[in-house]
Structure formats: C-alpha cells, structure tokens
Design a protein around this ligand. Structure first.
Ligand code: MG
Length: 459
C-alpha cells in the first residue's frame, strides 16, 4: 500500500505535511522515474486557484528540472483541462496541484500519465519508492531542464468539448443555466463554454479565489443553497455546481431540486447506451439504478474497485461507452478518459436538447432505490482474512445470488445488495445496503453486519 498517495493523489495541510520539501523531493522522484525510459521528458504542470499553488508548483518544478525534465506551466486550469492538454499535446506526464473540494488550508499533488488518465497505483508506488529511498538521478549542469509557459490549454480544451457535442442543436435551444463554480478553477472555463453554446448564464462564484469566499467547495446540498434558490427564481433550465478543481459536477433541476450524483450518472449511462448498448463502467458501490438503465438498453455493466483511475483504465481496456462515479464524476470516452465537469454540463445540455424535455422529467425516469449505510470495527491485520471467510461462508448461503469480491465483499440478494468494504485508512468495515424498500435495505445491512461481526470476533 502507498503511504503518500491516497485515492486522489497526495493531500495535506499547507506548510505542515504538504510543504516545499515534500514537493521538491516528489519532483525529483517523478523526474527520476520518467528518465528511466525517456531521454528528455516534457511535463505539463497546472494548478487550481489555491493560495499555496505557486509555492508547490515552483518546488515540484525545481525537482523535475534538476532531474533533467522540461516543464511547461499551463497556469490555473481545471484538472480535466490539464489531462486533456497532456494527451493532445503529447506531453510525457502531467502534474496538477489541487486539493479538489478540501478546505482552503489543504493542497495536493496529482499525477497524470501520457494518455491523460490519472496515474495508476503502480506508477505511484514506483515514485513513492524512489522518494523514500531518495535515489534521485540528479543530472549534470548541461542537462538541467527548461521551464516554459503555455497559455493555450483552456482554448484547446473548450474546442475539444465543442467538437464532441452537437453544438448547433444546443445553441438553437437558447438554454438558461445558473452556474456555480464555487470560486474554483472551473470559473475559467465553464462561463466561456456555456456562452459558446448559446446559453444565457447566471453566474455565482465564478471568479477563482483560493479562500473560497462563496461557500465550501464540496458540492453538497448544504453548500449550494444559493444555487438551489436561484434556479427557479430566474426560471433557468437547470443549475450546476463544480467542485474546486472542476472534475465533478452536481446538477439542480428547473424546480430547484438538488440531484444526487447517482441519478446524473445513471442519466449519462442511459443516453450513452441508448442507441447501441455497449459497456458502462462504475465502482461496486454505485446504485443499481445505473445497472437498470444500462441493461434496459441491452448494455453491460462492469463493476470495478473504488477509484476513478481504475474506472478510467477499465473503460479503456473494454472500449466502454461511458463510466464514472456517484459523486458527480462522469467520464465520457468520446472526449477523454477522466472525470470531466465541463463535458458533463455540455452533455446534459445535449441530452435536454435531443429529448426536448425538462431535466426533472428525465431524472424522474431513473429507478429509485433506498440506501442504508453503517460500519463496524475491525483491526487492519484481520481485514483480508475476514473478507475471505465472509466470501466462503456467504457462497453457501442460499439467499445469496452472487458474491462479488472486486472490492470488499458484495452480496447480490433477491431484494437488493449489501457490500462489506474495508476502509483503506480506518480500522473499520463500511456496510452499504440497497433495496427498493427502506426497511429492507436496513434489514439487509443489519443481517450481514451481524454475520461479519461474528467472523471478525473469531478471526
Ligand atoms: Mg475534484
């Protein structure tokens, strides 16, 4: 298991665990890793709007330059903009300085591979190994890298989206959108994109500001009260909010109803598989409404372990038509293999235009499920054994239709499913259950929690 890189890169509080020394040495390790196979790697670096960005960008860049890599600074950009730039411009890697939706005192470092996807665990482990062993390949004076800037990333990305959706169809509808960028990096892209798509835009918090004066950057209902009240007030077609690095988008329908990410994800899957079916990819934790809409269209769902880099890679391997996470992170392969909020906004506009219906009507058609979540303590060193015993035991259980061991133990039952998943950081198992009926979801969760607790006690 990696010690620095979590599910979303390296994160920490600025000038405590996330400091210049860490960034410098990560830069050296990153450069050393790239130089194992490349003579003169070229790396794009970008940031969100946080106050500590210049400090971390300069530190990590110095590490890359001293190990013989060239660095191209693309400025403040959304994470998907950097990812698109890496792939389209043929850079060998990308660095994004962001802590996504975390509070302003945090910042983070995330890696992008040359195909524009987030770093896989293997690459992160290799960089981490070099970091801890301090085996840096610092070059001679003649080979030190060059640092340049390029300000074309946002233009390139917006053009990419406009070439991917049916622009004229959207323009004809003259949509009205309330846009809440949450003072994140999305403010540099989404207003321009919407204008180019012929939309009237009511802007909220669209000026990037690393102190996040508008509201907390996580697009939860309690942070989006202004957006929720504004949409019906100005009679907009919908509202949308982005997280701090604009890889995730959360929508509000024309009535001002907050739409949870599982519904938007299912809507995306429904329209991606509508014509020819195909493969849609999502983690094991995603609601069955996703599976329902895909199988209705004769498509197939692949469930992966939790984490957007894993979803993206499985999508590439299976030539998938759609994928994503329930947190508003939708992946459209026709654009790129990463979570992309601006592309999600353009796609929702296209769906509304094609269907000629209101967003609330389309969301109403997505099947409804009830979820029950709980947890139980389990020491880290017992987790593997507990999962194996739980899977072995439940395979003999007659009420279990299928046991899925992709990530934790997921049991498919007649009236729903339950997942016992070990936390990566805490000594606990999380229990998720889902059913059409609220009390059933609770019953399922409690029943299998008790079974798992017995196994933990005897392990
Ligand atoms: Mg994010």
């Amino acid at each position: 298991m990696t010690r620095l890189f979590g599910t979303n890169g390296i994160r920490g509080v600025v000038n405590q665990d996330m400091n210049c020394d860490l960034a410098l040495n990560i830069g050296k390790a990153w450069g050393t890793y790239l130089r194992k196979t490349l003579k003169r790697p070229k790396i794009a670096i970008g940031t969100d709007a946080r106050l500590s960005n210049d400090m971390l960008k300069n530190s990590i860049s110095a590490g890359l330059l001293c190990t013989g890599c060239d660095v191209v600074d693309v400025g403040i950009v959304p994470t998907p903009t950097l990812q698109y730039t890496v792939r389209e411009k043929g850079y060998d890697s990308g660095v994004i300085i962001t802590a996504s939706h975390n509070p302003p005192k945090f910042n983070g470092i995330k890696g992008v591979a040359r195909d524009g996807t987030e770093f896989s665990k293997d690459i992160e482990e290799e960089i981490e190994k070099l970091y801890f062993e301090k085996k840096f390949n610092v070059v001679g004076w003649k080979e030190v890298g060059k640092f340049t800037t390029w300000d074309g990333a946002i233009d390139l990305y917006i053009k990419g989206i406009l070439n991917t959706v049916d622009t004229s169809l959207i323009k004809n509808k003259k949509f009205h959108v309330v846009l809440d960028c949450g003072n994140g990096a999305g403010g540099l892209v989404a207003p321009i994109l919407l204008e180019k798509l012929g939309c009237k835009v009511t802007e909220l918090n669209c000026i990037p500001d690393g102190t996040f004066p508008g509201h907390n950057s996580e697009p939860l209902p309690e942070n989006l009260t202004e957006l929720i009240s504004k949409v019906p007030k100005v009679k907009a077609d919908f509202g949308v909010a982005q997280d701090g690095d604009a890889d995730r988008a959360i929508f509000v329908d024309e009535k001002g109803i907050y739409i949870w990410g599982d519904k938007t994800l299912a809507l995306g899957a429904k329209y991606a598989t509508k014509k020819n079916g195909g493969i849609a990819v999502t983690p094991v934790t995603t609601s069955s409404c996703f599976d329902d809409v895909v199988s209705e269209n004769n498509g197939t769902v692949i469930h992966t372990a939790v984490g957007s880099p894993i979803v993206a890679r499985v999508m590439i391997q299976n030539n998938s038509v759609f994928g994503g996470e329930e947190n508003g992170g939708l992946i459209f392969p026709e654009m790129q293999y990463c979570r992309d909020s601006a592309m999600s906004i353009a796609k929702i506009l296209e769906i509304l235009a094609k269907e000629n219906r209101r967003l609330s009507e389309l969301i109403d058609e997505i099947p409804k499920y009830e979820v029950y979540k709980t947890k139980m303590p389990c020491p880290h060193d017992k987790k593997e054994l507990v999962m194996k015993k739980l899977a072995d035991q439940t395979k003999k259980d007659e009420s279990v239709l299928k046991v899925d061991e992709t990530d934790g133990v997921k049991l498919y039952l007649n009236d729903g499913w339950v997942l016992m998943r070990p936390s990566g950081t805490e000594p606990i198992f999380r229990v998720y259950a889902e059913s059409k009926d609220k009390s059933k979801a609770e019953n399922i969760a409690i029943t299998y929690k008790k079974i798992t607790e017995k196994i933990i006690a005897s392990a």
